[in-house]
Design a protein around this ligand. Structure first.
Ligand code: CMP
Length: 139
């Protein structure tokens, strides 16, 4: 599956403010196929483990609190060149720098509350997909 899948989370503020459907529409309209999807609430432990790579960053505590404050929508997406194409679709981490037409330009509130996560490599896409989904939940 390498090069063909990526992992995303629609983040708590985007789920809470009702933009889940609009974000999923953008994902499908841009050629991604949904291979797995669920609404779930991360515990602080799960959020901390998922973002462990950022544990030394000054925003880590804030990130863990925010990502566990309400439900997220986790999904595995399939498309040729999925990781790179999805990162182009979500746009820059900071919505002030995100290009027109990207998910973050349309729906992110800030660098922290930035609507949507996208894996940064094929290797991490597989790790992140397996973090959230068992084999029987992938289609
Ligand atoms: P994401 O793509 O999920 O990967 C790491 C997350 O950390 C990022 O989106 C943001 O939600 C958050 N983040 C990155 N940089 C900052 C920052 N400077 N301040 C606060 N949160 C940040």
């Amino acid at each position: 599956m390498a090069n063909n899948i990526t992992f995303t989370m629609i983040k708590p503020e985007a789920v809470a403010n009702g933009t889940t459907g609009k974000i999923i529409d953008m994902i499908i309209e841009n050629g991604f196929t949904i291979k797995a999807m669920k609404l779930k609430q991360l515990s602080k432990e799960e959020a901390g483990e998922f973002y462990a790579v950022h544990s030394e960053r000054p925003f880590y505590g804030e990130l863990v609190d925010y990502m566990s404050e309400g439900p997220i929508v986790a999904a595995i997406l399939e498309k040729d060149n999925a990781v790179e194409d999805f990162r182009a679709l979500i746009g820059s981490t900071d919505p002030a720098e995100a290009a027109e037409g990207t998910i973050r330009k349309a729906y992110a509130e800030s660098k922290a509350k930035n609507a949507c996560h996208g894996s940064d490599s094929d290797e991490n896409a597989l790790i992140e997909a397996n973090f959230h989904f068992s084999a029987s939940e992938m289609f």
